[in-house]
Each structure stands twice: as structure tokens, then as C-alpha cells.
Design a protein around this ligand. Sequence first.
Ligand code: SAM
Length: 213
Amino acid sequence: MELVPALLKPTDHVLDIGTGGGEKLITLAGSFGSAIGVDADPAMIETARDNVSSELADTIEFTVGDANNLPFDDATFDAVLNRHSVVNPAETVRVLRPGGLFINQNVGPMNLQNLIDPWRHMGSMDLQDPRELADEFVALGCEIEEFREYNVDYAFLDEASLLFQIKAMPMPVPVVAERDAELIAGLMESTRGADGAFHSNEHRFLTVVKKPV
Ligand SMILES: C[S@@+](CC[C@H](N)C(=O)[O-])C[C@H]1O[C@@H](n2cnc3c(N)ncnc32)[C@H](O)[C@@H]1O
């Protein structure tokens, strides 16, 4: 999201889809004129409203809504953001004004690969391919302005953090500590680096889409 401020204008009206607690959107205040964060989970919207300072309350608002059926009129926003949430290309393009930008950061299919590997034989994972998603925007008449892929080292500093991660993240099957004790011990062994941390990878895509004028 470091690139995002450079893509926004101080007058822009911005939508952040799947805003969660709104933390990222709030850090971008100053790069846009006004913004709405939308999330399907009412508890997240409550948190986001608590997170926004009173100085920003007139600039950023939060509302419950589904990425697949956005509660906004056509061509409402100058820019739409999405970081790690559900992307519905047709809905996203509908709410963008002509010439508006959609800026999407999503998790790549190879993310945290060595953490998933020990459980891969137990089930399959249905991950959205960012390249196919970009193709869907092209099919809607949009241009892809940027398409960047990142695959960098990611370290967990202690066993508790690694364990928390494999229990919280999407896996072929949910990790059960007692049943999977051997797999977990093997994972700790195979991912521990000389620095004592547990190493994996972070696979991300950044896509910037422009709606035709
Ligand atoms: C991984 S979190 C990302 C939160 C935030 N964008 C960030 O980067 O910190 C994904 C968010 O998407 C929301 N979400 C999931 N499905 C959604 C949908 N269909 N429409 C809107 N929000 C959705 C979840 O409630 C969650 O808050």
C-alpha cells in the first residue's frame, strides 16, 4: 500500500472494500478528500468506527456492506481500494467513476508455502489467481496500469507466532494441535533458520486497474 498515496488525489472520494478495522484506510487519510470503508462483518465496522479519531470522523466513514453487492450508486468513487478481501470485478467497476482507479493488493497462491506443505495431502485449497482476476477486469473494458508480484522472506520470531499463524490461516484442513503434533514438530524443525527464527515466504500481488473514460 506504500504506492497508494502517490495514486490518489487530495480531492478523491475513495472506497475501501473489506476494510476490516479500517487501520490501513485511516493511515491513508491526507491522501484523499473523503473515504468510506465497507466490510461485511458488522463487528469489524464497530471496531473501525472506534479506531477513527474524532478529527477524521467527517472525512472517513464506515458502513456494513458486501463486496458482491455494494450499497452505493454507480460511478460514486474516484478510487476503490481492496487489501486482502473479496474482489467482485463487475461490482468494483460499477461503483468507480469513468477514469477511476481500482488498487488491489492480494495474497498470492504461493503464500506461506512451506507452512501449508505438510497438510497439503489432506485437502485442496481454492485460491483466487491474481492473473485471472486481472483478466476479468480487462474483459470488462478496463486497462491494467500496474501488475506487480512480490515473493519475499517472512520470519516468525517464536514458536507461538508460527503456531498461531497455521491455526488462523486458510489451510487444506484446520490444524488440530493434538492430532498434528508430529507435523507441527517437523514444521518447526524444517523452517528454523540459523537466526533461530522460523522462515517462510510472503507472496503478494499489487494490481492497479483503470476504468475506461
Ligand atoms: C484479511 S481482512 C483485511 C482487512 C483490511 N483490508 C486490511 O488490510 O487490514 C479481510 C476483510 O474482508 C472482509 N470481508 C470478507 N468477505 C467480504 C465481503 N464479501 N464483502 C465485504 N467484506 C468482506 C472481512 O470481514 C475482513 O474484515
